[in-house]
Ligand binder design. Structure first.
Ligand SMILES: *[C@@H]1O[C@H](CO)[C@@H](O)[C@H](O)[C@H]1NC(C)=O
Ligand SMILES: *[C@@H]1O[C@H](CO)[C@@H](O)[C@H](O)[C@H]1NC(C)=O
Ligand SMILES: *[C@@H]1O[C@H](CO)[C@@H](O)[C@H](O)[C@H]1NC(C)=O
Ligand SMILES: *[C@@H]1O[C@H](CO)[C@@H](O)[C@H](O)[C@H]1NC(C)=O
Length: 389
């Protein structure tokens, strides 16, 4: 039996039609509709996608074990909140500004580095454990980035993976910084000492937003400070007595100080909205989400709140400040290693300080929901939100 030419033509047309539909569908999922073409992030280890370790290469396993299966410069077992945000907008993971090889800045840049502060660091990194890339430096890097993008465009240069100069008004500017200003001085200065300079921290963030506004930035998401009084590392390191520990195992006085700081931040953002009429300045209450996870891990599919997955010593916190996650040390004549648990998906805290991928994913979901933002920020109105799996 031979096929008639007209029949062959009809089959071919049908195949072509199915193929065109499939192409259209795949193009659609690859290039999601989104009002935000890029993300520019300012932060510390909670949102560093590899900047610190690009500058100071040394990260070792088990960091990255869950998602990337190797250390990728993130201070956790997998993805960060900023990674989930990028995925939800249909964009690739943010390249660190400091990463000289393999970076792609067409969807933004990440200025965050581990141990960064808002205020200028008091002394050198290797003395205090504080990064030289404070918020003011990160802002300068952003300004330089913009200069380079414009020059690249003017000279019709080819090769560099940079966005168009029109990108800056169509980007999300995210902030997740301030934790190190708060925690790194707690032992030396105490809560009352730290409280003295927190107003400066808040005004520096507000100043940075205004500066970015003058560069064309219009949409700012500011994540507030996490309940550090529930961090296993702080529970071990900070002086306290048993009356200062609440029913969830968190430090009451330190968490109260965090709430005071967050209220100050919220008020500062409310105030700058008046000066920046064309901007959306959004306060994101990640604190509420993380506090809920630390207090009721089992209600959210987790098992452990104030206990670290990767650490040494076991016990309530599984944290020993002499040996951090992934390191080994001679303690009382024994060569000990701080290793990871086999089930990070059951923990809020990865290494005593940083959240696990599991906690980051739950937090990202809450942010995308929009109900933790003030004013409400329904991202799904601006973008087709992609599943973050
Ligand atoms: C910064 O260093 C100076 C001089 O060493 C010291 O007096 C001051 O208390 C330090 N400030 C903070 C916030 O640690
Ligand atoms: C425990 O800490 C609380 C709050 O800081 C303080 O009021 C109390 O005096 C302390 N108790 C002891 C026994 O040190
Ligand atoms: C301790 O053990 C690690 C591996 O577990 C090894 O690399 C290191 O050399 C040992 N250190 C000492 C002082 O024995
Ligand atoms: C946001 O979360 C609230 C409370 O959990 C829920 O009722 C609501 O449906 C969520 N909205 C979206 C858009 O996911």
């Amino acid at each position: 039996m031979s096929l008639q030419p007209s029949r062959v033509g009809s089959i071919l047309r049908q195949i072509l039609l199915v193929w065109l539909i499939l192409m259209a569908m795949s193009a659609r999922s690859a290039e999601a509709k989104c009002a935000f073409k890029a993300i520019f992030n300012f932060g510390d280890s909670n949102s560093d996608t590899g900047g610190f370790w690009a500058a100071f290469p040394a990260q070792s396993p088990p960091f990255g074990m869950t998602y990337f299966k190797r250390p990728v410069g993130r201070a956790t077992d997998g993805r960060l909140i900023i990674d989930f945000l990028a995925q939800a907008l249909g964009q690739p993971f943010l390249s660190p500004y400091l990463q000289s090889i393999g970076s792609d800045f067409r969807h933004g840049a990440n200025f965050a580095t581990l141990a960064s502060t808002v205020l200028l660091p008091n002394t050198s990194l290797f003395v205090t454990g504080i990064s030289p890339f404070s918020l003011a430096i990160q802002l300068n890097q952003m300004k330089q980035f913009k200069v380079e993008v414009e020059k690249h465009h003017r000279t019709h240069a080819k090769g560099a993976k940079l966005p168009a100069p029109s990108i800056f008004g169509k980007s999300l500017y995210t902030f997740y910084i301030g934790q190190n200003d708060f925690t790194s001085n707690l032992v030396s200065l105490g809560i009352s000492g730290v409280k003295q300079f927190l107003p400066q921290v808040v005004s520096q963030i507000a100043y940075t937003i205004k500066d970015l506004y003058s560069l064309g930035g219009r949409t700012f998401l500011v994540l507030n400070l996490a309940p550090v009084g529930c961090y296993p590392a702080l529970l071990v390191e900070l002086p306290h007595n048993s009356t200062d520990v609440d029913e969830f195992g968190c430090l009451i006085s330190y968490n109260n100080a965090v709430v005071d700081y967050n209220n100050m931040l919220k008020e500062a953002l409310t105030n700058i909205r008046k000066d920046l009429p064309k901007a959306s300045v959004v306060y994101v209450d990640t604190h509420a989400v993380l506090l809920e996870l630390f207090q009721h891990p089992k209600s959210h599919g987790l098992k452990y709140g104030t206990k670290a997955c990767c650490g040494y010593g076991g016990g309530a916190q599984n944290f020993n400040q002499q040996v951090y996650c992934g390191n080994n040390k001679l303690i009382n004549g024994h060569n000990v290693t701080a290793t990871a648990c086999s089930d990070p998906q059951n923990y809020v805290s990865w290494d005593g300080i940083h959240a696990t991928e599991a906690a980051n994913k739950l937090t990202a979901h809450a942010i995308l929901n929009g109900s933790y933002s003030d004013p409400p920020f329904p991202l799904h109105k601006f973008c087709d939100i992609q599943p973050i799996g």
